[in-house]
Design a binder for this molecule. Structure first.
Ligand code: DGT
Ligand code: CA
Ligand code: CA
Ligand code: ZN
Length: 602
């Protein structure tokens, strides 16, 4: 069956090749075409249903219902689903025999650079590029320099470190879909995904499924089912109780089958992390027990726990620990039950960790007034009706960010007026009880300029409900200057939130250098909120920094950075990240109602 990620990949490649081949002057429409292919790729990637299944049910008509898919792209998608190929794509590939996919991961090495490198010295892939850079062959090409050559090498190294790990958001729908199908299989008692995915790591090396069955025959059946799934490209191995496969999108998936009485122990073992597991086993030994993936055993080799995960933790004297915290970074100490005198506040971290249904609002949402794809009203109604949020803040970009069509002072104030009118309009038909107080907040993602000043004046910002600021340029400034820019913004009385504070894009760019402890100190003093950007290629702040912020009483918010209503679904990854950083509900301000939130701003 065709997978969403494969189709998305092809469309992204088409966009990229068009960027290289189309001369923007002679082909003024190229830019729109390129954008359409990229948007289509994003949408397909993030769909919760499989394109093949959509097609089976509704044919082309179903495909055309996917946001951003028009007739031209829709028919190509149909061709891909029915024949496995796209003729147009093959033609483009013939014109440009470059391994485009390899270059996607390299931030800053765009289509134009690749074309120049191909035309001048025939570079077709990353190995060619690395070799040429090492041999000093790039510096002499017009437009390049020794410094640029060095930068290319650095980027290749950063990319290699990522080592083929997938972003969690990229594989999430697929992983859950398979998990659900495994659960529904005859003879299967329980099925869960474990490993780094269950721990909500930012990137996933491989996918690990665990299944419990009653009989050996059921075990055999489920393994048969697993290796024959439509998503499987090849079977790397299978035994009586396990199987290893490679999926169509290139990621590996493991399946392990255990008897019911071992399910909890196996869950504990294969959820990891390895370090957490090793620490757990030491505790078992200190209590005269033995812990492995089959259970907890006493000196007589009797199984004393193993059916449930809670049971395994309990017999070791521990409270159950949320998977996101299992990194052996102090969580076991926190979970020790017999420990006397432990601060209530500390203990409650395990139980009061922010939960996946705790968020009431989203404070970074973009509309089609700038680089979003939908109107403010569409973004609002989707948030209210499909995601059950009680408020969103429209935080469009500001004027100095020209690429995103940033708003100037006048446009921002106009937008705030439109929002006030929309709120009145929405109130009238807020028939849906649960979110009857739904509200749109006026906001902005104010651009921080090179010197740390803002591109919108405070008297305009003060007319908005809530304001965030962010860095979008001059990434290569040294750490002192970069930190000073952020501090300047944080100390501005009109700025409530620093959006995506380090600017990283996972596996693609490191972000700008920031002295994070200094920023946290200033955020605390100035009552500035730091954002966890839930868009899955950002997840910025990372877990360590969240923990630092929380320990220093800095308040956080979790935002989707939505440019399309479907992106609200990404809030999940931000919550996972917050849990990995030990944030409690209390630490995250958008768990409050809109009124309470606004009351808590500086
Ligand atoms: P990944 O796949 O690189 O994103 O990370 P994980 O954590 O999913 O690692 P994976 O798939 O190699 O193994 C799944 C879990 O199995 C791991 O989190 C802990 C457990 N595990 C695997 N190998 C070992 C080991 O050698 N010792 C211990 N204690 N546990 C292991
Ligand atoms: Ca794994
Ligand atoms: Ca694995
Ligand atoms: Zn931004």
């Amino acid at each position: 069956m065709s997978t969403n990620s494969e189709a998305a990949k092809i469309f992204r490649e088409i966009a990229f090749i068009l960027q290289i081949l189309e001369d923007k002057k002679s082909e003024p429409n190229a830019i729109f075409k390129i954008r359409s292919y990229n948007r289509a790729a994003d949408e397909i990637q993030n769909l919760s249903s499989n394109i093949g299944e959509i097609y089976k049910e509704e044919k082309l008509k179903g495909l055309l219902k996917i946001p951003s898919i028009g007739k031209a792209i829709g028919t190509k998608l149909e061709e891909y689903i029915t024949t496995g190929k796209i003729h147009y794509y093959d033609e483009l590939k013939e014109k440009l025999p470059i391994d485009i996919n390899q270059f996607f991961g390299l931030e800053g090495i765009g289509p134009k650079t690749i074309k120049t490198l191909y035309d001048n010295i025939g570079i077709k892939n990353i190995s060619d590029l690395e070799k040429a850079a090492l041999e000093g062959k790039i510096r002499n090409i017009p437009g390049f320099s020794e410094k640029k050559e060095e930068l290319i090498l650095k980027k290749i190294q950063f990319f290699r470190k990522g080592g083929g790990r997938r972003l969690i958001g990229e594989v999430y729908p697929l992983v859950r879909r398979i998990e659900k199908r495994l659960s529904g299989n005859n003879g299967v008692k329980q099925a869960v995904v474990v490993g780094s995915f269950r721990r909500m790591k930012e990137t996933i090396g491989d996918i690990d499924y665990l299944v419990s069955v009653i009989s050996e025959k059921d075990g055999n059946n489920i393994i048969d089912y697993f290796v024959n799934m439509a998503e499987v490209k090849e079977v790397s191995g299978r035994g009586p109780s396990k199987a290893f496969v490679k999926l169509n999108n290139g990621i590996d998936a493991d399946l392990l089958v255990v008897p019911e009485e071992s399910f909890g122990a196996a869950m504990q073992y294969f959820t990891g992390s390895k370090e957490h597991g090793i620490a757990m086993r030491k505790i078992a030994i200190s209590k005269g027990l033995r812990l492995n993936e089959w259970g907890v055993f006493d000196k007589q080799n009797q199984r004393v726990a193993g059916k449930t995960e809670e049971g395994v933790y309990k017999i070791l004297g521990l409270e159950w620990i949320p998977p996101e915290m299992r990194e052996n970074r102090g969580e076991i100490e926190l979970a020790k039950m017999e420990k006397n005198g432990m601060e209530k506040e500390e203990r409650s971290r395990l139980r009061q960790l922010i939960a996946y249904d705790d968020l009431k609002g989203d404070l970074q949402v973009h509309s089609n007034n700038t680089d979003g794809t939908m109107s403010i009203e569409e973004m609002a109604l989707n948030a209210r009706d499909k995601f059950e949020l009680s408020y969103i803040a429209i935080s469009d970009h500001t004027k100095s960010l020209r690429l995103a069509n940033g708003l100037d002072e006048k446009q921002l104030l106009n937008q705030a007026n439109t929002i006030a009118e929309l709120n009145d309009k929405i109130k009238i038909n807020n028939n849906n009880n649960k979110n009857k107080n739904f509200r749109i907040l006026s906001s902005a993602e104010v651009n921080i300029l090179k010197d740390g000043s803002l591109d919108i004046s405070n008297n305009v910002l003060d007319k908005l409900d809530i304001v965030g600021a962010a860095i979008h340029s001059h990434f290569s400034l040294p750490i002192e200057l970069q930190t000073a820019r952020l501090i300047n913004a944080a100390q501005n009385p009109s700025i409530d939130i620093i959006f995506h504070p380090t600017g990283r894009i996972i596996n693609r760019r490191e972000g700008y250098p920031v002295n994070i402890s200094k920023l946290i100190e200033v955020a605390n003093e100035s009552n500035t909120i730091l954002e966890i950007d839930a868009y899955y290629d950002r997840l910025d702040l990372k877990d360590e920094y969240i923990r630092m912020a929380v320990e220093n009483n800095v308040k956080l918010v979790i935002d989707s950075d939505a440019h399309h209503p479907l992106h609200y679904a990404f809030l999940l990854f931000g919550i996972g990240q917050a849990r990995r950083g030990w944030a409690k509900k209390y630490d995250i301000l958008n768990t409050l109602s809109a009124i309470e939130l606004l009351d808590n701003l500086k």
